[in-house]
Design a protein around this ligand. Structure first.
Ligand code: UGA
Length: 434
């Protein structure tokens, strides 16, 4: 039979996307969360996270009876209508813990709650990004010979998670029990994606290896952009020239104010920690983290230059606060890190971000949050683009020029068309651009 009975523990960004997408593939899915209010909202079809297509997918599959929401892991793993759960996905948070390593408390907690309830023959799948060895540790925590543990990392980008789930570049499934790995891979059969079947440790490693590679790629590009600024080259042409080489590819070559978000910073730090604990140095990844920190200071230096050298008492408008466009996520946002440094230099900051329409206490305290872009530009000595929201391209630049006190835009994402700005009487400063 194709349709499987699946429980998903944790209905956050990964769990909810996984649950709704698996249901859309025809499986019968029960999603659990510990947050009662969230479960209530999800039952009513209210999705709290900004993820294109997800609310529709949740509503559609709930209506079709393939997706339901329950409070707590125990209820999710209990069978329905005499049908036992066959696959249990763990999609719980693994935040950065002590010293940068992933904190596995939530995985441990769920394992303790469900271990006696799992039906014989079911498969427990780790979907959260977890250190190598977690599948093995989960197997020991469950201590059930008749339950297999599988690692099946996710590769979903925020803002395109549904698309990424339904059109994956690859599916990676690892287990020391091969039949269990094959059963999990079969859940995705309809997607027709290349599938890597391996052991649990290798599958766990793939996720860190991929995210750290992406982070290294970005740090390399940011360092190249700095060189281009000094040497008079243009990073857009350099990356295009590099990217045509199919071994390199055009994707993920945009310089910026540094990389952030809830994944790359956490995973680079975790891999360095895990390596150190294993007695292995990982200078490439450590240097990428250091380059990322430096990139923020380089950007702040550019902004200081644009306002005459000193930030003290300068009014600076910021366009963008979220860690990338298309999300409301402020976690580890490079824009906020830059704002913190500007503030420390004595600048007064007003920011506009379409994904963050109001102040978030404790998070956006370095800035005054404006509800429209012209307010951020008003009387500013410079306007700075920190997040690559496409709508910034089509701002009314004549009106922006009229609002600015200093007619300069520092475009930390190389997002805008310099000619459009010049025509509006604004000088444009990019990252690594001629
Ligand atoms: C990242 C990975 O891309 C996903 O494959 C992975 O599944 C996910 O982490 C995860 O571990 O769950 P995400 O954190 O959503 O996804 O964000 P990205 O789109 O990768 O962007 C990360 C950062 O790099 C952002 O700050 C973004 O602005 C920056 N970036 C990205 C650049 O500065 N330049 C680029 O060319 C691309």
């Amino acid at each position: 039979m194709f349709a499987r009975r699946i429980a998903v523990i944790g209905s956050g960004y990964v769990g909810l996307t996984t649950g709704a997408c698996l249901a859309s593939l025809g499986h019968r899915v029960v999603c659990a969360d510990v947050d009662e209010a969230k479960v209530e909202r999800l039952r009513r079809g209210v999705v709290d996270i900004v993820e294109p297509g997800l609310p529709e997918l949740v509503a559609e599959n709930q209506a079709a009876g393939r997706l339901e929401f329950v409070l707590g892991a125990r209820d999710a793993v209990a069978g329905r209508d005499g049908d036992a759960v066959e696959v249990v996905f763990l999609c719980v948070p693994t935040p950065m813990g002590e010293g940068g390593a992933a904190d596995l408390a939530a995985v441990r907690d769920v394992a303790a709650q469900v271990r006696h309830l799992l039906p014989a023959g079911c498969v427990v799948v780790n979907k959260s990004t977890v250190p190598v060895g977690t599948a093995e540790a989960t197997r020991k925590l469950l201590n059930r010979r008749d339950v297999a543990v599988v690692s099946n990392p996710e590769f979903l980008r925020e803002g395109s998670a549904v698309h990424d789930f339904l059109h994956p570049d690859r599916i990676v499934v690892g287990s020391d029990a091969q039949d269990a790995a094959e059963r999990v891979a079969a859940l995705y059969a309809r997607l027709g994606a290349p599938t890597v079947l391996t052991d649990a440790a290798s599958a766990e490693m793939v996720k860190y290896a991929a995210n750290c590679f992406l982070a290294m790629k970005l740090s390399y590009v940011n360092a190249l952009a700095e060189m281009c600024d000094v040497l008079g080259a243009d990073v857009a042409d350099v990356t295009e020239g590099m990217g045509h080489d199919r071994r390199i590819g055009q994707a993920f070559l945009q310089p910026g104010p540094g990389w952030g978000g809830s994944c790359l910073p956490k995973d680079t730090n975790a891999l360095v920690q895990v390596a150190a604990a294993a007695g292995i140095e990982l200078p490439l990844v450590s240097a990428s983290i250091a380059t990322n920190e430096r990139q923020r200071r380089i950007v702040v230096g550019k902004i200081a230059d644009a306002v005459g050298g000193s930030l003290a008492g300068r009014r600076i408008g910021l366009l963008g606060l979220t860690f990338k466009a298309g999300t409301d996520d402020l976690r580890d946002s490079p824009a906020l890190a830059v704002a913190r440094l500007l503030r420390a230099g004595g600048a007064e900051l007003t920011a506009y971000d379409p994904g963050c329409p109001a102040a978030v206490p404790g998070v956006t305290d370095d800035v005054t949050v404006a509800d429209e872009p012209l307010r951020a530009a008003k009387d500013a000595d410079a306007l700075v683009v920190l997040t690559e929201w496409p709508q910034f391209r089509s701002l009314d630049w004549a009106a922006v020029a009229g609002a600015l006190a200093g007619r300069v835009v520092v475009d930390c994402r190389n997002l805008l068309d310099p000619d459009v700005l010049r025509r509006a009487g604004i000088s444009w400063v990019g990252v690594g651009r001629r």
